[in-house]
Ligand binder design. Structure first.
Ligand code: SAH
Length: 403
């Protein structure tokens, strides 16, 4: 007997994207909600012809009504299901060979690993977990058991203080130690020979931005004797790599005073003798506006803003903000220098980002050649059926000033 869960029925012709592998069923696609399922429960989704579509987490309030877990009607959603998915996610990272370069990586990346609403990051054996959705929240015991038995981490620390929980009807924002020893105030991690510090207790997200690892390393290889301006610097990871690679001077700019302790530690750990590094707490937008008027003064500018576009309606405005920001960055770069620019807005496409760089260069009256265009690292894998998970873009662009 195949397992059964409360049935949810879709409107005619509403099943295609889910059949193609997209994990979300939106409220507009639902013809009949399940009779006896509550938010967070597992439901079976059927099309208008009573054919099975998928099985997943139900949420009666969220715009995303169902988050699909499987399209296999014979697969029950039990503890072994989650253990298997988590083991697959861990195996994907192991086979990617990341451990040769770092002891910090994302082990579970939500929907992209078939585990909607679950994030787990490993910082030198200290695991940080986030439960984003009501469905995943209900599976908490199974998830924690699986992580414990598969990884035997030094500790598991929760950082579910994420805004998305509210849309799921989860109002509390739990944080705290779940198992094992309390992590140190700053966890030292290593990335391509660079020592970095993650602030698991107070840092943004789970304490560190793992997704820029390969871009930081590429900067390390290009930074010898260069003057570097690092915009939106957070814990100074880009500057740490630049200093490791022989940069003569770095200036980090971030708006949040909370970044200072981890940033200072990181800069001190990587600064070679004779180099300088400064950290400025300021709003980047007016800062670069004013600085750019004074002409080029850096060899490398790194620009890694937070997502500047959260809603579809902000598209035009966001394109304008990115373009102006990058134009100012270009204006600050000396002839032969380098712009390292990123966007983490999923709604700004790869094509959009090239447009931004093209317009910004034109506006700054520089010629540019793109040396590298990097997408996601292996610990933030992409499910091609889930475009929302494809968010990171980073361009390395050489700058030529016409004489
Ligand atoms: N490059 C970093 C990650 C940057 S995350 C790394 O490699 O780790 C984005 C950062 O931008 C956050 O630290 C946030 O505090 C900062 N930020 C957001 N708005 C800002 C603004 N207007 N001016 C300066 N910094 C800002």
């Amino acid at each position: 007997m195949p397992p059964h869960y409360p049935p949810l029925h879709l409107r005619p012709n509403s099943e295609r994207t889910v059949r193609n592998g997209h994990p979300w069923v939106f409220s507009g696609a639902v013809e009949r909600p399940p009779q006896d399922a509550d938010t967070g429960d597992i439901v079976d989704v059927f099309d208008a012809h009573e054919r099975f579509v998928c099985r997943g987490f139900y949420n009666r309030r969220s715009l995303i009504r169902v988050r699909s877990l499987t399209q296999d009607p014979n697969r029950p959603i039990d503890a072994s299901f989650f253990t298997e998915r988590i083991a697959q996610a861990i195996a994907l990272r192991r086979r990617a060979g990341l451990a040769a370069h770092t002891n910090a990586m994302r082990l579970i990346h939500g929907e992209s690993d078939g585990l909607p609403g679950l994030i787990a990051d490993d910082y030198a054996g200290y695991l940080v977990v986030q439960f984003h959705t009501a469905g995943m929240e209900k599976q908490r015991p199974a998830i924690l058991n699986a992580l414990q038995s598969l990884l035997a981490p030094r500790s598991m620390y929760e950082r579910s203080d994420v805004g998305t929980r509210r849309a799921e009807g989860l109002n509390d924002r739990p944080t705290g130690l779940l198992a094992g020893e309390a992590p140190p105030e700053f966890v030292e991690i290593e990335e391509y020979g660079t020592r970095l510090y993650a602030d698991l207790y107070r840092g943004q997200k789970t304490g560190f931005f793992l997704d820029q690892r390969t871009n930081r390393f590429y900067l390390q290889q290009l930074a010898r004797d260069q003057r570097v301006l690092n915009l939106f610097s957070y814990s100074s990871g880009f500057s740490a790599h630049a200093l490791k690679g022989g940069a003569s001077r770095t200036l980090d700019v971030d708006i949040s005073p909370q970044v200072v302790p981890a940033a200072r530690r990181t800069l001190d750990a990587n600064r070679p003798q004779g180099s300088h590094s400064d950290l400025l707490i300021a709003d980047v937008f007016p800062f670069v506006d004013e600085l750019a008027d004074r002409g080029p003064r850096y060899d490398i500018v790194v620009c890694d803003p937070p997502s500047l576009m959260r809603k579809r309606s902000q598209y035009k405005q966001a394109m304008g903000v990115y373009t102006k920001l990058n134009r100012n960055a270009f204006r600050l770069i000396a002839d032969g220098g380098l712009l390292v620019t990123a966007s983490c807005s999923a709604r700004i496409s790869q094509e959009d980002f090239f447009q931004i760089v093209r317009r910004a260069a034109a506006g700054a009256r520089v010629r540019t050649r793109i040396l590298a265009y990097n997408l996601h690292p292996a610990d933030h894998p992409i499910d091609p059926a889930f475009p929302d998970g494809r968010y990171l873009k980073c361009i390395f662009a050489r700058v030529h000033r016409p004489s």
